[in-house]
Design a protein around this ligand. Structure first.
Ligand code: GTP
Ligand code: MG
Length: 596
């Protein structure tokens, strides 16, 4: 098997690695397959002897009563070995199933861990539906390869070889007449493989595309409904579905092009046997028993030929699927612990410093952060404000090292973030993201996500800090209420408050809030501001906000524009400076006066 240049191991090397613990069983299963196929010779072989025995009796060369023992022995052996073969087939199937399921289990867990450990770049690169296809459909093709394809290959080869060898032991000339056809079949199958391989790769892409469409539509069902796009989505899916079906049919049809040739050759075999074999009997080169053995076993030459198309099809499906699985299997996140990363199990002080940081997304065209420098001393509150798209979220994502600076340094407690172990660093950071995602779990479970040892009182305390306890208590099942996938059933502001409670519940040294109070009313926001100033643990707060009411109390406000800090200072300083921030104050206060 050609080594796949992209990965450290060939497909089969990779499978072998994942059969760990079941490798001996797999080898036994392979031998089992060879054995039960060699045993296919039993019936023709004993039939041949029986026919010759009858013939000799008929011709008077032997007396039946003297050969009854041989007769019953042959019948007995035939029945006994056939029963034995059934047992071997049964055990063999079980063995393949065990090996394949065990490899599947191992690879699936490994993939899941791999996907969990990936960095942000990975998630922006792969679509959810595509990843789901890899851990379901593609993995099943891999299992099918172990349980069925490999077995069929061994089966066809041993069947063909044992029949061929057996034929040669009976009569070399007749065997040659039959077996010389084989290379022709190999040529046809080789041509077929070349044609069908890209089709399987295409088919697999279409399946992933269809799954992605379905997944995005199901999770985005409310958008579909809001825009009354059900018909459009239905038609769109129908088209994807149709394309998948058509590609499937097209792929299957490729073999149909070759099938008539292969089938004609396979069908020609009995005719050749009849013709040449008949002549050989007449010439006395072979006995009638020999002929019977040939004709009872000719299928063992013809069937593997017929099967080859099917096997090759399945093998190409495996090849396409295993490429996709191995891509994730061997992918490595770029942001990992450095070999010399230091352990920091203790709580951080919470000092955050950006030192001339510039950053650009790898796939982006423009720099997102330009020469950003600021310091947040332990316990301080830093507010970041700026128009949409100016780089606020990008900036805070560098603190937990979701992304790394292109130049400059991001320091926590005086040390570059790259120098810490990722888990130590991230355990100290409570992050409430801009795009709130809650798990389909109870409210309690969601708040305690970062620390499952929290007591009920503690959970309630953090809910109170984030001004969430009132609405939670009003819910029919209180903290036990299950919130659906993505928090369906909660308002935007309610979800934000639960996400804030979740960030607070790990008692982080650094709390980062990305527009977390944008959807709550002014009054509730005031309450949250108050609790954030009076937390019962020390904590540096970095708060992205659009409202002056949020930034007002910050120790330092950073005004960001096109990735650059254009103003920094506290509220009073910035208002008197009369710049962008001062304009914003006028604008917002003016608005609130009008709306009041
Ligand atoms: P708002 O949340 O809307 O207030 O904006 P923001 O200030 O948080 O902006 P953000 O940091 O999310 O984005 C800054 C710039 O980076 C924008 O021009 C985005 O288009 C771009 N950007 C954000 N995320 C990505 C990403 O994953 N890849 C690439 N290539 N660009 C990104
Ligand atoms: Mg943002």
């Amino acid at each position: 098997m050609k080594r796949n240049r992209k990965y450290p191991k060939s497909r089969f090397g990779w499978l072998w690695e994942n059969m760990e613990g079941k490798r001996v069983l797999f080898i036994i299963a392979l031998f089992g397959t060879a054995l039960y196929n060699i045993l296919q010779i039993v019936v023709p072989h004993f039939s041949r002897q029986l026919v010759d025995l009858f013939n000799q009796v008929q011709r008077g060369e032997l007396v039946m009563s003297e050969n009854e023992g041989t007769f019953y022995r042959l019948i007995g052996l035939m029945v006994g070995l056939t029963l034995f073969r059934v047992v071997v087939v049964y055990l063999d199937c079980m063995a393949y199933e065990r090996v394949s399921q065990s490899a599947l289990y191992r690879i699936r867990n490994y993939l899941y861990n791999k996907i969990q450990r990936q960095d942000m770049k990975f998630y922006s690169q792969y679509r959810t539906g595509d990843l789901m296809t890899r851990v379901t459909g593609d993995l099943d093709a891999v299992r099918h390869n172990i349980a069925w394809v490999i077995r069929c290959i061994v089966e066809s080869i041993t069947l063909f070889l044992s029949a061929a060898v057996y034929f040669f032991t009976i009569n070399v000339k007749l065997a040659l007449c039959i077996v010389t056809i084989a290379p022709l079949i190999f040529f046809i199958v080789f041509r077929f493989r070349k044609m069908v391989a890209p089709m399987h790769a295409n088919l697999r892409e279409r399946l992933a595309g269809m799954n992605t469409d379905a997944q995005e539509n199901i999770s985005g069902n409310r958008v579909v409904r809001a825009f009354a796009r059900e018909e459009y989505e239905k038609e769109h899916f129908d088209k994807t579905n149709q394309a998948y079906r058509d590609t499937n049919i097209k792929t299957q049809k490729v073999w149909l092009k070759f099938f008539p040739f292969v089938d004609s050759i396979a069908n020609a075999l009995p005719v050749i046997l009849l013709l040449v074999g008949g002549m050989f009997i007449i010439n006395g080169e072979i006995s009638v028993g020999d002929y019977v053995a040939f004709s009872l076993l000719i299928w063992a030459i013809a069937n593997p030929m017929r099967m080859m198309g099917n096997i090759m099809n399945e093998f190409q499906r495996f090849a396409a699927a295993s490429n996709k699985v191995m891509e994730i299997y061997y992918s490595e996140p770029e942001i990992v612990d450095r070999p010399d990363a230091i352990s920091h199990p203790e709580r951080f002080e919470g000092r955050v410093e950006f030192d001339h940081v510039s950053f650009q997304y790898e796939d982006g065209k423009l720099p997102v952060l330009k020469d950003v420098s600021f310091v947040a001393e332990p316990g301080e509150t830093i507010a970041i404000i700026g128009e949409t798209g100016c780089g606020k979220t990008s900036l805070i994502q560098m603190i937990p090292r979701f992304y790394e600076a292109n130049s400059g340094r991001v320091l926590v407690d005086g040390l570059e973030v790259e120098k810490y172990k990722l888990t130590d660093l991230r355990k100290n950071i409570g992050l409430a993201t801009q795009d709130v995602l809650l798990y389909s779990d109870t409210i309690e479970g969601n708040i305690a996500y970062g620390d499952s040892r929290l007591t009920q009182e503690q959970i309630e305390k953090y809910a109170k800090y984030s001004a969430a306890s009132d609405f939670i208590q009003r819910m029919p099942e209180g903290y036990e209420t299950i919130v659906g996938e993505r928090g369906v059933g909660l308002s935007g502001g309610q979800k934000q408050r639960i996400s804030l409670a979740r960030a607070l519940a790990i008692r982080p040294s650094i709390l980062i809030l990305d527009d977390t109070t944008s959807a709550v009313d002014m009054e509730t926001e005031k309450q949250i501001q108050h609790s954030l100033r009076n937390l019962d643990f020390p904590c540096t707060k970095i708060i992205i906000a659009q409202r002056i009411s949020t930034t007002k109390f910050a120790d330092k406000i950073l005004v960001l524009k096109d990735g650059e800090i254009i103003e920094s200072g506290n509220h009073r300083e910035l208002v008197s400076a009369g710049g962008y921030y001062a304009d914003l104050v006028k604008l917002q206060l003016g608005e609130s006066v009008v709306s009041a």
